[in-house]
Ligand binder design. Structure first.
Ligand code: GLA
Length: 717
């Protein structure tokens, strides 16, 4: 079946992915309308779902609030508009007039449909884009708006797409909430009638919400049930409005900006929305997550096929007390552990001895690095590691040479106070000169100091945004800032193809499909407490793959929570993502260093499964019994299980952990003990996980498939 086809009988467009279908058509008024989204359909089946166009049931109704591909503000529509326009004469509304369509399937395995429209009265064009691929069920949608006239137009709302769910008996919304050091708390809540708004008004994706949704009928679980999910590829302010209508339908619309942030469109200007990606799966939340992970690895990340190195980061060890000698001492110990990438965090530049000064002055501090960073970089390379540095290019401390020279470069409103958060102000990246300045020093830093890796941080949210300058201020700032940020990242990566970048915003404040298209991994949270991380990682994994989830092993008691848990547990939790170490290694005992080196070596044996395999979440990390994350090789030949237990309660029933995703009938050998297990027993009857005992115990089980016909040597289950 072609990826995109059109029914000559009904005009229904049918988009086909490996396991799903998406159908739409243009109705008798010219508006693009939804037909179906769910399990695979033939063209004839899709046609049969395109019933007659319905008339409003009373004079108090208009067009249905859910069911259009991009509900506009115009005519008799009363739901939240995806597109709301105000013309130069002050009038509003958009009236669909179809002007054509295109299908581009010139590249095998991918096809794009473009439906083109204009307003019936004003010279404004709207093109709806749909991209489908042969190797993923994710459908990418975006909208291009063009002002073809000679006067300006305001896009009061310009969402990427609206998504319509089929009629279901009930609706439940899964999403995440959070705050600094407590990101990605998974919420699964019955969808209330009315409008539920998920949003960030902070200029960044935010710790508080993340622009993805999952909707089901309230009965799906980790392994079963239909799930409709969306994710927005955008790293600035955003808004998703999920709607449950009085007549029992549900849908959502989402895109850039929060309420009141218009997108100005000058004569001849065009605005391309970010992608809103959608996914239907019929295998529960676990299958939805695996489908997202596969999509992110294959189509969002640039270097997902690479093995990510084990890194060391100095932040929790030294704070701002960064010196060449201190870093060298840590680097030598890190190398002994088997670390492959050494990252110097905040404090290496300008007058940065605390968070009160120096941000913006990106030259190595002469008192701490008299010969620049190059001697440290060379030493780290000589130790066999790559060299990384922390940067925060979008920020400035008022106490800095940069601010003294360019006080007008920050987000501000003339005459109003400039509110500091963490003693810093936001540089207005919407200004071309600011973005160019950032690129210039970054590219120099990378080249001159042989930098292999940047941890790109962003440590405060917007404030007093809007003025000055019609080009870079006003409401333009909300989108142009992000486009320029993307531009700097893109240019850096082009100039330095070997450079790898970690996105960070006080931990996980800027993780989304937009930033992941320009970076290689994400700092998940400043909270490195392994117990808290179990929950944070659960939430993170709903959409984002372990391949991007940075996790460090740090000291105990934990700096934030004061909790003490075993080294092995801290390692096992971090090994469920991209393992890093962030403790003060100069204070680790020889026994701890030896144990850590063993665990790093163990990670290297299994990381191909974590980074490139299929992830299964098993059990509740904060429940009575053990929980686990399991990663299975795509070909089913190998798996790793990381199991975690809280405090044992004597007498609590031992419930075996049923593993997932192992081919029935196969046998697997435990690489540590040699015991051979039957896959069917592990998946249907479960594995009796025997944790070592004590608080916060954990275990790692690495299973390799026994070739058929091989007798195996020791019986397990
Ligand atoms: C943010 C990051 C931390 C660290 C500090 C440095 O909080 O998330 O990991 O880099 O900044 O100031």
């Amino acid at each position: 079946m072609p990826l995109i086809s059109r029914s000559p009988a009904t005009g229904v467009w049918l988009l086909t992915t490996p396991r799903t279908s998406y159908a739409l058509r243009i109705d008798d008024t010219g508006a693009p309308c939804h037909v179906a989204w769910g399990p695979r359909l033939t063209p004839a089946e899709a046609d049969s779902l395109a019933g007659p166009f319905e008339e409003p049931v009373s004079s108090f109704e208009g067009r249905p609030a859910v069911g259009e591909e991009l509900p506009v503000d115009g005519g008799t529509r009363y739901g939240p508009p995806s597109l709301q326009v105000r013309y130069a004469d002050g009038s509003r509304a958009f009236e669909w007039e179809p002007v054509g369509h295109r299908v581009d399937d010139s590249v095998p395995g991918v096809a794009e449909l473009v439906l083109e429209f204009r307003d019936r009265v004003f010279p404004l064009s709207v093109a709806l884009h749909y991209r489908v691929r042969a190797d993923t069920d994710v459908i990418e949608r975006w909208t291009v708006l063009r002002n073809d006239g000679g006067r300006h137009v305001d896009l009061l709302r310009a969402d990427s797409a609206a998504w319509t769910l089929p009629p279901l008996a009930d609706y439940r919304l899964s999403h995440v909430t959070g705050q600094w050091s407590a990101e990605t708390r998974l919420r699964r809540e019955r969808l209330p009638h009315g409008e539920t708004v998920l949003t960030s008004r902070r200029g960044i994706t935010s710790h508080h919400a993340n622009p993805w949704t999952m909707l089901d009928d309230g009965t799906a679980d980790e392994d079963r049930g239909r799930v409709w999910s969306t994710a927005l590829a955008w790293s600035g302010s955003w808004r998703i409005t999920v709607q449950r209508t009085p007549d029992g339908r549900a849908g959502l619309t989402g895109g850039v900006g929060h309420e009141g942030t218009r997108v100005p469109l000058g004569p001849g200007e065009e605005f391309t929305t970010p992608v809103s990606a959608g996914l239907f799966t019929d295998g529960g939340f676990g299958a939805a997550s695996r489908a997202w992970h596969g999509y992110v690895r294959a189509h969002v990340l640039r270097h997902a096929g690479e093995t990510a190195p084990v890194l060391y980061n100095s932040w929790e060890a030294t704070g701002f007390d960064v010196t060449e000698a201190g870093q060298l001492a840590l680097a030598e110990r890190a190398a002994r552990l088997g670390v492959e990438l050494y990252v110097v965090d905040d404090g290496w530049f300008g007058a940065r001895r605390s968070d009160r000064a120096g941000l913006g002055d990106w030259t190595p501090a002469p008192d701490r690095f008299p010969r620049g960073l190059r001697p440290l970089s060379d030493a780290v390379h000589r130790l066999g590691m790559r060299f990384g540095v922390w940067v925060e290019p979008e920020m400035v401390n008022p106490d800095s040479d940069l601010y003294r020279e360019h006080p007008d470069w920050v987000l501000h409103l003339p005459g109003r106070r400039r509110t500091e958060l963490r003693n810093q102000l936001v540089l207005n990246f919407a200004r071309r000169d600011v973005a160019d300045w950032a690129f210039a020093w970054l590219t120099r830093l990378v080249a001159e100091h042989r930098v292999d890796f940047l941890k790109w941080d962003m440590n405060r949210v917007f404030g007093e945004s809007g003025r000055p300058g019609p080009e870079d201020g006003g409401d333009r700032v909300w989108t142009r800032y992000v486009h320029h940020l993307y531009g700097v990242l893109d240019r850096l990566r082009e100039a330095h193809p070997e450079l790898r970048i970690e996105t960070c915003s006080g931990g996980g404040g800027r993780v989304d499909l937009g930033i992941l298209a320009r970076t290689d991994q994400a700092w998940t949270s400043d909270n490195t407490d392994a117990v808290d991380r179990l929950g944070i990682q659960r939430g993170f994994s709903q959409v984002y793959p372990a391949r991007v989830m940075s996790a460090w092993v740090t000291d105990v008691p934990n700096q934030l929570t004061r909790l003490t848990v075993p080294l092995r547990f801290r390692f096992h939790v971090a090994m469920a993502g991209l393992l890093g170490v962030g403790g003060d290694l100069t204070r680790w005992s020889e026994e701890e260093l030896a144990e850590a080196a063993g665990l790093v070596a163990r990670y290297k044996e299994i990381r191909h499964l974590v980074q490139h395999g299929e992830q299964y979440r098993i059990g509740d990390p904060y429940g009575d019994g053990p929980s686990a994350v399991q990663y299975v090789a795509a070909d089913g030949s190998e798996a790793v299980v990381l199991a975690f237990g809280a405090s044992p309660r004597h007498g609590t029933p031992r419930v075996p952990l049923r593993l997932r995703g192992l081919p029935a009938g196969a046998r697997f050998r435990d690489t540590e003990t040699g015991a051979v297990h039957h896959a069917t027993v592990l998946t249907e009857y479960g594995l009796d996980v025997r944790l070592p005992g004590g608080d916060w115990a954990s275990s790692l089980l690495h299973l390799q498939r026994v070739p058929d016909g091989d007798a195996g040597d020791r019986a397990g289950s």
